[in-house]
Design a protein around this ligand. Structure first.
Ligand code: CA
Length: 139
C-alpha cells in the first residue's frame, strides 16, 4: 500500500508519516499543494491524505486537479466546525474527511476503509492486483 500525505505542518506531517510507516504503508509526503499535485499525478497511490490549508495551492485546488486525471481515494483533513468544508470536499470528489485535531487510530481506520472500498471499484487492473496482494495479511 502506498500513501501520499499532503500537509504543511512539519510535526503533523512527520507524525502521520511515521504512524503510517509503522502500519507498513509506503509513505510519500508533500508539504505544499503544487508538490502534492505533481506526486499525485505522477505516481500511483492507494490513497491520499490531503490537508485543506496548504501553501501554493489549497486542498480544494489539489483535489480538483487530481480528479481530472485520477480517482485515487482522497481523505481530506478539514478545519474544526467547518461543515461547509466537508460538503465542499465531498462534492469535489473527496472520498472521506476528518476534522482536525483527529485521533490517529481513527485516521488509520478510515484509510483502511477507503482502500477497501476503492479496491472494489473499477480502477486500473494494476491497482487492483496490488491492493489484493498486500491486503491479505491485514486485519
Ligand atoms: Ca495546513
Amino acid at each position: 500500500m502506498r500513501i501520499l500525505i499532503v500537509e504543511d505542518e512539519p510535526r503533523l506531517l512527520a507524525n502521520l508519516a511515521r504512524a503510517l510507516r509503522e502500519e507498513d504503508y509506503a509513505v510519500d509526503t508533500a508539504d505544499n499543494g503544487e508538490d502534492g499535485v505533481f506526486k499525485a499525478e505522477t505516481y500511483d497511490y492507494d490513497a491520499i491524505v490531503l490537508d485543506v490549508m496548504l501553501p501554493k495551492l489549497d486542498g480544494w485546488e489539489v483535489l480538483a486537479r487530481v480528479r481530472k486525471k485520477k480517482q485515487t481515494p482522497v481523505l481530506m483533513l478539514t478545519a474544526r466546525d467547518a461543515s461547509s468544508d466537508r460538503v465542499r470536499g465531498l462534492d469535489g470528489g473527496a472520498d472521506d474527511y476528518l476534522i482536525k485535531p483527529f485521533d490517529l487510530p481513527e485516521l488509520l481506520a478510515r484509510l483502511r476503509a477507503l482502500i477497501r472500498r476503492s479496491a472494489g471499484q473499477s480502477q486500473s487492473t494494476i491497482d487492483l492486483g496490488k491492493c489484493r496482494s498486500t491486503r491479505a495479511p491485514r486485519r
